[in-house]
Design a protein around this ligand. Structure first.
Ligand SMILES: *[C@@H]1O[C@H](CO)[C@@H](O)[C@H](O)[C@H]1NC(C)=O
Ligand SMILES: *[C@@H]1O[C@H](CO)[C@@H](O)[C@H](O)[C@H]1NC(C)=O
Ligand SMILES: *[C@@H]1O[C@H](CO)[C@@H](O)[C@H](O)[C@H]1NC(C)=O
Ligand SMILES: *[C@@H]1O[C@H](CO)[C@@H](O)[C@H](O)[C@H]1NC(C)=O
Ligand SMILES: *[C@@H]1O[C@H](CO)[C@@H](O)[C@H](O)[C@H]1NC(C)=O
Length: 569
């Protein structure tokens, strides 16, 4: 008997103990941006002005750029700039536009990893198998690197502990002159005789890489600590060649560039300069990367990169079994940085003005002499950004452009999204059965999302009663928020949009709650009633109906409320 009365209370206590979470994310369904960026036009105007002011500085006279923002199905905005100072004897493209080609450098790693996921999906490569299974020469005659612990997944996640480079970034190849910076005279015997180290006379091949690695030492134990390594992707490239029985360039063309209609993108130096962005001074145009192609070889344009980003935005959780491609695989330095496969992920609570809800950018940057590049994918907002800069010695131009675009874009998108949800979800809903005194009032704000303001079920105040008494810690401010599941009751028709109601605590200014207040074990499935999830809320937008299955109630949106809304706008 005792047990029977205590048990439900015990369950409820657990529910409240684990629910101390702030700012749930995502807070809204992924927006479609169906009217071609119309909602964001003032944001884009403001970005354009800021970029024009930025590039007007004479320190950027020799800089060209192409930038583009795409939704998951169409390009929303782009801007191009042609350098005021170019090489008169070989100027490259007359005017920079969406087809202008840059070396995208390390963004190539995203293509290499996509190839890996395809070969995994096809059953030709196993992410959990060591690279030495596919390149057995690596492990012949021992060596110091523990190859059996370095899987394909380890490589793609920057967790191998391998050195960063083998034929680049050696100070023996100036400038500066090594002696002038205090280094002693040295011989080249440990350096491979290819790429930079051969003055670019010959590209390095697989044998150069494997020979070098057999004598190399690990930086960290595998899977212990992330550190950026180009070698990881060069090895994946070799594995792809063996699994697909094609050379890397052919495999990339056949598996990715052609199927995605990236018509101008290539791993071969373009045959003429029609689309070439050729920055004045040192640049890497035309340098063959050989075995290093999988880590940085591709030439591409913003038009083509947007096609690629649209593919990622629509497929990232459906490319290979068990893989959500945009998820972190290891942490980086600091509390907001993660490596994915091979994304560089920033999860920041500093970008929104009305809340500290984190926004997650899955990015990949690149740099080669003359080129700095970056893609940012923001899956919750259904947006992707490409920034390609052609300039030798423009330092932080790319980060300045990225800061302007993404901060304005996300803040503008956030505003547009809550305006739209205000129209589609906010309001008072009352039971379709008019004998029943049941109603739900939903409010919208950028700080608390879509939230339940009042909830009456069969004459009973649910918020003031059940939720306050059993579900939350009433000593601190909270609200009952709706979080989207991104699923539908009818997936094929995208009807019956499913959300869950969860209690969310609000951050209190100036109140030091202690370090562990930040621990949140996300739990969106709180309690059940008669076998159904208690907090499930389903929107049938076409009928203006909200349904709470466990409460056995359908409620329709009060049209008077809609009228008020129209007047307000
Ligand atoms: C491929 O891309 C080109 C250039 O952007 C475009 O003209 C063409 O319509 C595209 N083809 C398909 C099938 O989408
Ligand atoms: C200009 O282009 C020519 C021909 O490619 C090249 O030899 C020269 O180094 C370039 N000059 C500068 C300053 O980039
Ligand atoms: C409403 O509550 C009454 C008791 O006050 C109960 O008899 C009735 O079954 C409830 N009806 C519904 C539809 O929940
Ligand atoms: C419906 O129930 C609520 C909560 O008990 C109550 O405040 C309200 O007056 C009721 N409305 C009607 C029309 O009975
Ligand atoms: C889903 O919606 C479509 C179109 O309205 C309808 O034909 C179909 O029967 C629905 N499926 C289910 C399982 O309700």
């Amino acid at each position: 008997m005792l047990r029977k009365t205590l048990f439900p209370l015990f369950t409820l206590c657990i529910a409240s103990a684990i629910a101390t979470c702030f700012d749930p994310s995502p807070a809204f369904p992924v927006p479609e941006w169906t009217n071609g960026g119309e909602d964001l036009s003032s944001v884009f105007d403001s970005i354009e002005t800021q970029l024009r002011d930025l590039i007007a500085d004479q320190k950027y006279d020799a800089a060209s750029f192409s930038v583009e923002v795409t939704s998951s199905h169409e390009s929303l905005w782009s801007q191009y700039h042609t350098a005021r100072k170019r090489n008169e004897s070989r100027p490259g493209a007359e005017r920079v536009d969406g087809d202008s080609l840059y070396r995208i450098a390390s963004i190539t790693k995203v293509f290499t990893t996509l190839g890996l996921l395809y070969q995994y999906e096809a059953g030709n490569l196993d992410l959990q198998s060591p690279i030495s299974k596919y390149i057995p020469e690596l492990a012949v005659n021992g060596g110091e690197i523990p190859w059996h612990d370095i899987t394909l997944r380890t490589l793609a996640s920057q967790l191998s502990g391998l050195p960063r480079d083998f034929a680049q970034s050696d100070l023996m190849i100036g400038p500066p002159d090594p002696i002038s910076i205090g280094l002693p005279p040295a011989s080249r015997e440990r350096m491979p005789d290819c790429d930079e180290d051969s003055n670019f006379d010959s590209a390095c091949d697989g044998t150069d890489l494997i020979d070098w690695l057999r004598k190399a030492q690990p930086l960290f134990a595998p899977n212990q600590q992330s550190t950026y390594s180009n070698l990881n992707f060069e090895l994946i490239g070799l594995a792809l060649e063996r699994a697909s029985d094609k050379d890397f360039k052919t495999y990339m063309r056949d598996a990715i560039l052609e199927p995605l209609n990236m018509t101008l993108s290539t791993l071969n130096t373009p045959s003429d300069d029609t689309h070439a962005v050729l920055p004045l001074g040192d640049n890497y145009w035309g340098i063959e990367d050989g075995v290093q192609n999988p880590t940085g070889g591709i030439y591409s344009s913003t038009n083509d990169m947007s096609k690629f980003l649209r593919y990622i935005l629509t497929h990232y959780n459906a490319i290979a079994p068990g893989i959500n491609w945009l998820m972190p695989a290891s942490w980086g330095t600091g509390s907001q940085n993660f490596y994915g496969m091979p994304f560089e992920i920033l999860r920041t609570g500093r970008i929104l003005t009305e809340s500290t809800r984190p926004v997650t950018f899955a990015t990949k940057g690149g740099g080669l002499p003359g080129y700095t590049t970056l893609i940012s994918i923001v899956p919750e907002y259904g947006l992707g950004v490409t920034v390609l800069v052609g300039c030798s010695g423009c330092g932080k131009l790319l980060s300045a452009i990225q800061e302007i675009i993404t901060v304005e874009l996300i803040r503008g998108a956030e505003e547009a999204i809550w305006k739209a949800i205000d129209k589609t979800h906010r309001g008072v809903y009352t039971a379709t059965d008019d004998k029943l005194n049941s109603s739900l009032e939903l409010a919208v704000s950028p700080s608390t999302g879509l939230m339940v303001k009042t909830f009456v079920s069969n004459d009973t105040d649910v918020l003031g009663g059940f939720v306050s008494k059993y579900l939350v810690d009433n000593s601190r401010p909270w609200h009952l928020q709706l979080v989207p599941t991104l699923l539908f009751k009818n997936e094929s028709a995208q009807q019956g949009e499913i959300w869950r109601m969860i209690p969310v605590y609000e951050r209190e200014e100036g109140l030091d709650r202690g370090v562990w207040d930040e621990l949140c074990s996300t739990d969106v499935d709180i309690l059940r009633y008669a076998g159904l999830p208690l907090n499930e809320v389903v929107f049938w937008h076409d009928d203006g109906i909200v349904e709470l299955p466990a409460w056995k109630v359908r409620m329709s949106r009060d049209m008077r409320e809609e009228d008020t809304l129209v007047v307000q706008n």
